[in-house]
Design a binder for this molecule. Structure first.
Ligand code: HEC
Length: 316
């Protein structure tokens, strides 16, 4: 009998620990994304308010000139520990378009707490024109939209040529060289088949066109060999390695209010943390509810077991 209960509890414990094992983070191809330890990971995860505030600072001072955050209202910043007055002051720094007024005209006014972060460009065309043809995506849901989540954003921000370790560059070069060679082998096999068919036709006196022999690829030994588009910047963690966004973070790009040294890695981690909150502001409530359900299930299992023993007491 006791065994049955133990087994039940063990199964429950096993299912409870499942969320601990997050999905393995690996880019579809190329080097695996570096996996950071986030305070919001795991079943008891919570956001780190200090990091969120620093991340907001990075977003406002660096990213907001190109990227919008259209699903985040200024009043939501109360979650980060800001007072109503502080939030009003943040909002008032932005100009929002409102209207139409009684004359049918749109007008501009300072932002209020109930406004959402305004988009930096009036429309997609203007956004593309200012960014060599690529539209900077809205970042509200970015942390949930990409496999890897906050690690993806952190990876992109630290994946530029001068920031990634040499070993990562080398692994990309090897990977791409191998991919080219595999393609060459496949092309060569196809070519040989075609050549055979061609020779047969020629022998039979039929008209035929000689197939083109594939060119053996050169090994890839540098970023130039990758042949990225001219407007692209190399990025180890962006699919295809070429991203239109120029490296946005530089050492001491912001002066943190809490005195934390503003290294590139620190700013990248803070802004990724902040964007995770932007994409899932209710994460803590969700995890809290999950834990409550699990506790309930454990207690309820005990109650059921006790009841069963009582009911069957005289039979056994
Ligand atoms: C000068 C403009 C500019 C600034 C500043 C800028 N970005 Fe970007 N960002 C872009 C553009 C343009 C793209 C689209 C790139 C592409 O599609 O190749 C982009 C793309 C991205 C992506 C998408 C990557 C993906 O997986 O699709 C993320 C994430 C991102 N930026 C985050 C940030 C963060 C965080 C900051 C602030 C630290 C920032 N950006 C600052 C212009 C900018």
């Amino acid at each position: 009998m006791r065994k049955g209960l133990l087994f039940g509890l063990a199964a429950l414990a096993a299912s409870a620990s499942l969320p601990l094992a997050g999905p393995a983070v690996a880019a579809e191809e190329g080097p695996a994304l570096p996996k950071l330890e986030w305070s919001f990971d795991g079943p008891f995860g919570t956001y780190d308010r200090q990091s969120l505030q620093r991340g907001l600072q990075v977003y406002r001072e660096v990213c907001s000139s190109c990227h919008g955050l259209k699903y985040v209202a200024f009043r939501n910043l109360a979650d980060l520990g800001y007072s109503e007055d502080e939030i009003k002051a943040f909002a008032a720094e932005y100009t929002v378009t409102d209207g139409p007024d009684d004359d049918g005209e749109m007008f501009e006014r300072p932002g209020a707490a109930s406004d959402y972060f305004p988009a930096p460009f009036p429309n997609e065309k203007a956004a593309a024109a200012a960014n060599s043809g690529a539209v900077p995506p809205d970042l509200s849901l970015m942390a949930k939209a990409r496999a890897g989540g906050a690690d993806h954003i952190h990876g992109i921000l630290t994946g530029y040529e001068d920031l990634v370790p040499d070993a990562v560059l080398q692994s990309i070069f090897e990977h791409e060289t191998m991919k080219n060679e595999e393609k060459y082998e496949a092309d060569l096999a196809e070519y040989n088949d075609k050549l055979e068919a061609y020779n047969d036709k020629v022998e039979a006196g039929e008209q035929a066109r000689r197939p083109l022999e594939p060119v053996q690829p050169q090994p890839i030994e540098s970023i130039e060999d990758l042949g990225l588009a001219e407007v692209s910047n190399f990025n180890a963690y962006f699919p295809g390695y070429g991203i239109a966004m120029a490296q946005p973070l530089y050492e001491d790009g912001v002066a943190y209010a809490d005195g934390t040294p503003a290294t590139i890695d620190q700013m990248a981690a803070d802004v990724s943390h902040f964007l995770m909150w932007a994409a899932e502001p209710k994460l803590e409530d969700r995890k809290g509810a999950g834990i409550k359900v699990l506790i309930f299930l454990v207690v309820f299992t005990g109650v059921l077991y006790a009841a069963k023993r009582k009911v069957w007491k005289d039979v056994h």
